[in-house]
Design a protein around this ligand. Structure first.
Ligand SMILES: Cc1cc2nc3c(=O)[nH]c(=O)nc-3n(C[C@H](O)[C@H](O)[C@H](O)COP(=O)(O)OP(=O)(O)OC[C@H]3O[C@@H](n4cnc5c(N)ncnc54)[C@H](O)[C@@H]3O)c2cc1C
Length: 1001
């Protein structure tokens, strides 16, 4: 039986007796997750968000916008049944939801911290404080078990601990509240909440303050044990006989090869936890204590924990075989430039080290036992700072490679303040990838520093002398050799001595500086050296292959591009983006005429389709672009070959041309960009009728002699929807059948729902359809299917389009001969595009993920960049796409749901197109734009569209997300009136205001 919970008007202040509903942020039927904001209400003080602490579906009757509702009365309901949009008057409503409502005034949430990249949830192990206890900044309030270890949860806000606090053993998602801090002891709430492993609230109950049975404090490692990651794919080891071990502990044990029998467990009731397993591998402390200790006279005092940690790390550094290299660098220009830019010299030097490291990624790697290298692209540099008590603390500047100097400076100011009083959070000092120690300011003329396990190089900067400032790098010889460090220092010298370029102009100019430096140092390209026919061979000439080939050729690399079609362009030009948009353009002209009369122009509403001209125009665009592409490729000295490529061995490709004999070429490195053809599932008659033309795919629909009168489409993805609307505008009757219960599954929920509602006014869509058979002959096809209720029907049509997805087919590439692993049908790659054969990359549709042309092209450029010796990665979180429906749907970056799944506390604001002046003028008022921002940093991490002209408006979203712009920057930007771009400024200001209001509470 369904359960319903009332969402009640929260009491947001002592004086509040009622509130006015301002907006509903969700609609009946929408999925609601714990922590979602469902509505905003106006009180006697301010407008506040109403946040719910119960997962389910929003159901009506909802209080009207503008209605005044008494505190405690229902605003709406949450039900656990999808599709239940209104509960009936006589249905039972559980009382519980009222107490599960957590309005912001409940306090500042203490959220489950994300303590590692792989962590999505954590288990509450202990509460070190109880509701009602006073909290000081820096207090440890709880401990949690992660995939790595048991860690302290430290808070940086004063106040009193308040419930609901998550019970011990509860599994809390990263970013979700475990408890709260209130600013007044009298507001502390003493409830506890039991959260199950699937993150559902199971029970609410009172917590006795300072209960006698307060769980014992569990001893824990001071930091996450190094090299412990449960991200591997090994299955967990079996539970030891007669003992208990946590799932993480068993997974980590499998990865580290640790035998659990005989291991002491420090978890509740002696359970073995991940930290116990990690300890089975020697930690820095154990290595330090394992060395013979020489006694000394005198009465020693115990070291403080910080002194001990330094001592252990330094002794553990004896496991590193190190060497030193020094170069004198003139830092006068950098010092002046830093001053002019109002950034500290330390930050400027850290940025210079990162800029120079783009050419020498090895400097940022680390040795990992046993015989492994951790290749890191993130530049998280530790920079030594003297604390107020005279000790050394090493806070970390994160993301130096991608963040502008100003942002780094603002991070650095906060870090130094906290480091001086030793108040850094674990993430602020754990796991640097490179370290800088500047003792020059203390006047030392030369010194060396000691790298510790986890980094391979440390930079020691001494005082300026007559020959410049000595920069000495001490390197781990297992990772770096002398020449690596010497070349890196030479590039660093160039970077520091010519700072104007990279400091003023950002990445592009920085690249120019590094490029200039590269002329004096050897290129560090990973293309294996040898007497190859070509340095790099690229298999496939679509957007992925062609962009990769062009970037390599541009840098003087000898490239061959093998493509089994006469012209480059791939699916995008010949069977995808370009022809479909040529059809859409004609369909747009027809559709747009419907608005003419509304705007006062009569006589244009009977446009007639000239199919022959549509096709002539489409083919002209395709052949002109194919011709232009081939000429440009050849002009760039890419050796373009028409033929089918397959691997013979790790450095040989066999090419079978359309005409003539097969031949082989040898190559140093290769890039696979062979795309993914349309996939037809084994529905009876579907594959069989491909040859007759009765069934078409996105590969063959282009052969239609005329638009069909009736079209059956199987599959409600982006391609199916685009085709459905094109043909509807051409006058075709369309039936769309979808196996799942919703079409457009890949599109953001609210955008998809709104688009589907609009689509269903034009075409018939049957979801949860069971397609039984496709039969008949071209021009007279029959599509037999059953609907969700099992009722069978037949649709007579001219042609059936199977829009059932695309799937890579690598069966003829002989990948097994070169040791390339697959992930399902797709080629498995890392974020740099590298396959399991390190000198072979794969990009585009053949690696799965977003199957889009610009994604393929970006990945092609990333592969080229890596082959040129730079560390470059594809970041899906900044990718984008447009569905060329009417209105057009579009996305950039993350939705709120995607962000939350990554542990980002994201918020969104939306604006309907119907309030935009320009949209009203042109009659294009359908849809909305949504802005998603990271609450903590204010950065814009996603933009979602349903609007006419999304294909142009999306450029603004792309720049905001790619440039990591903040709400404040966009709010201050000046957008021209009357244009639809004004909405972006409005959205940013709206979201900023909302965040400001909620922060004040
Ligand atoms: C109807 C439709 C509409 C689309 N609309 C859009 C859109 O609006 N926007 C968008 O971004 N994307 C769109 N796409 C997707 C886009 O076409 C693809 O994502 C993109 O083309 C993938 O590029 P690629 O380089 O990975 O592969 P492809 O473009 O498929 O290129 C691969 C090339 O390799 C060749 N090849 C394959 N095997 C071999 C071999 N062994 N030897 C030699 N050559 C080989 C192929 O013949 C082909 O030329 C659409 C797709 C379809 C079907």
């Amino acid at each position: 039986m369904s359960q319903h919970y009332a969402i009640t008007m929260p009491q947001l202040s002592d004086t509040m007796t009622e509130g006015v509903v301002v907006t509903w942020e969700k609609q009946p039927g929408d999925r609601v997750e714990r922590g979602d904001i469902v509505a905003t209400v106006e009180t006697d003080k301010a407008i506040m968000d109403v946040e719910v602490f119960k997962a389910g579906y929003l159901a009506g009757p909802l209080a009207d916008v503008g209605a005044t509702i008494a505190v405690g009365a229902a605003l709406g309901y949450i039900t656990d049944t999808a599709g239940d949009v209104a509960i009936a008057a006589n249905e039972v409503v559980e009382e519980k939801a009222q107490t599960e409502m957590i309005p912001h005034h409940a306090g500042t949430p203490i959220v489950m911290p994300q303590l590692s990249d792989t962590m999505h949830e954590g288990v509450v192990v202990t509460w070190e404080k109880q509701p009602g206890d006073a909290i000081k900044r820096g207090d440890i309030v709880a401990t949690v078990e992660t995939d790595k270890a048991i860690m302290d949860v430290e808070v940086f806000q004063e106040g009193w601990l308040s419930g609901p606090i998550a019970d011990i053993g509860s599994v809390v998602e990263v970013g979700h509240p475990m408890g709260f801090i209130v600013d007044d002891a009298s507001k502390a709430n003493d409830t506890g909440v039991t959260i199950s492993t699937d993150h559902k609230v199971k029970d609410l109950h009172k917590v006795a303050p300072h209960a006698a049975d307060k769980p014992a404090h569990i001893p824990m490692p001071k930091a996450a044990p190094a090299q412990v990651s449960a991200a591997g794919t090994q299955p967990p080891v079996a539970r030891p006989q007669g003992r208990q071990a946590s799932p993480y502990a068993r997974k980590v044990a499998a990865q580290l090869g640790v035998n659990l029998t005989g291991l002491a467990g420090t978890g509740p009731a002696g359970v073995i936890v991940a930290a116990d397993v990690a300890r089975a591998r020697p930690s820095m402390a154990e290595v330090a204590h394992a060395l013979p200790q020489v006694d000394v006279p005198g009465q020693g005092r115990a070291m403080t924990s910080m002194e001990k940690a330094v001592s252990h790390a330094m002794t553990a550094s004896l496991t590193l075989p190190t060497f030193n290299v020094t170069m004198n660098i003139d830092i006068a220009a950098l010092t002046a430039a830093a001053k002019a830019k109002k950034v500290s010299v330390t930050v400027a030097i850290a940025k210079a080290c990162s800029v120079a490291m783009a050419k020498f990624p090895r400097m940022n790697w680390a040795y990992q036992p046993v015989d492994k290298l951790v290749e890191r692209a993130n530049h998280d540099f530790g920079v030594a700072v003297m604390s107020n008590d005279g000790g050394l603390v090493v806070p970390i500047l994160h993301g130096i490679e991608k963040r502008p100097l100003e942002a780094l400076q603002s991070d650095w100011t906060g870090l130094v303040e906290r480091a001086r009083v030793r108040k850094l959070a674990p993430a602020e000092y754990s796991n640097p990838t490179f370290t800088i120690s500047n003792m020059g300011m203390l006047g030392v003329s030369h010194f060396t520093a000691i790298p510790t396990p986890g980094i391979s190089a440390i930079l020691a900067i001494a005082a300026n002398g007559p020959q410049g400032t000595p920069f000495t790098i001490t390197g781990d010889h297992r990772v770096l050799n002398g020449a690596d460090v010497a070349l890196y220092l030479a590039t660093l010298k160039q970077t520091i001595e010519a700072p104007e370029a990279w400091m003023a102009g950002g990445a592009a100019v920085a690249e120019a500086v590094v490029g200039k430096a590269a002329t004096v140092s050897a290129a560090v390209s990973p293309i294996p050296e040898g007497n190859w026919d070509v340095s790099v061979v690229i298999v496939g000439g679509g957007p992925g292959g062609e962009d990769c080939a062009r970037d390599l050729a541009d840098h003087g690399i000898k490239v061959m591009m093998v493509n089994n079609e006469p012209f480059p362009g791939g699916e995008c030009l010949w069977r995808g983006c370009i022809p479909s948009k040529a059809w859409r353009a004609a369909a747009d002209v027809i559709r747009n005429r419907a608005h003419d009369a509304e705007m006062g122009v009569d006589g244009t509403n009977t446009p007639a389709l000239n199919w022959a001209q549509v096709e002539k125009h489409r083919r002209w665009v395709q052949s002109s672009r194919g011709d232009m592409a081939l000429k440009a490729d050849k002009g760039m000295k890419i050796d373009v070959r028409e033929g089918f490529g397959e691997f013979v061995d790790a450095h040989t490709l066999k090419i079978t041309p359309a005409e003539g004999e097969p031949y082989t070429v040898s190559f140093g490195a290769a890039v696979i960009a062979t795309g993914a053809p349309a996939f037809v599932p084994p529905i009876p008659g579907a594959r069989e009728n491909l040859a007759t033309g009765g069934v078409a795919t996105s590969d063959t629909i282009w052969n239609l002699a005329t638009p069909p009168k009736k079209l059956g489409i199987v599959g409600g993805g982006v391609i199916g929807v685009e085709m459905a609307q094109i043909f509807r505008d051409f006058g075709t009757e369309v039936l769309m059948l979808e196996r799942n219960d919703r079409i457009l599954a890949e599109i953001e929920d609210e955008i998809a729902k709104t688009l589907i509602a609009s689509l269903e006014k034009e075409i018939t869509v049957v979801t949860s359809a069971d397609i039984k058979e496709v039969s008949g002959k071209a021009g007279a096809m029959k599509l037999r299917y059953a609907n969700a209720e099992g009722v069978e029907s037949t649709f007579d049509c001219d042609v059936v389009l199977m829009a059932t997805g695309k799937r890579p087919d690598t069966s003829k590439l002989n990948l097994d001969k070169v040791g390339i692993e697959l992930d399902g049908a797709a080629i498995k790659v890392n974020t740099r595009g590298q396959t399991s054969a390190p000198h072979i990359y794969a990009v585009g549709d053949v690696i799965g993920g977003y199957m889009l042309a610009h994604t393929a092209a970006t990945q092609g450029r990333v592969a080229a960049d890596n082959l040129l010796g730079h560390t470059s990665e594809y970041d899906q979180d900044k990718d984008c796409g447009v569905t060329f429906s009417r209105p057009q749907a579009g996305f950039v970056g993350l939705s709120v749901a995607q962000a939350k799944a990554k542990g980002i506390d994201a918020v969104e604001a939306k604006m309907p197109m119907s309030i935009d002046a320009k949209a009203m003028i042109t009659g294009e008022t359908e849809g909305m734009i949504k802005l998603v921002a990271d609450k903590a940093s204010g950065r814009i991490i996603g933009v979602h569209y349903l609007a006419d002209h999304t294909d142009t408006l999306i450029g603004i979203g792309v720049m905001m997300v790619a440039g990591e712009m903040t709400l404040t920057q966009v709010a201050k930007a000046i957008f021209p009136h009357p244009t639809q771009t004004e909405l972006f400024g409005e959205l940013a200001r709206r979201l900023l205001n909302r965040l400001r209001r909620t922060a004040k509470k």
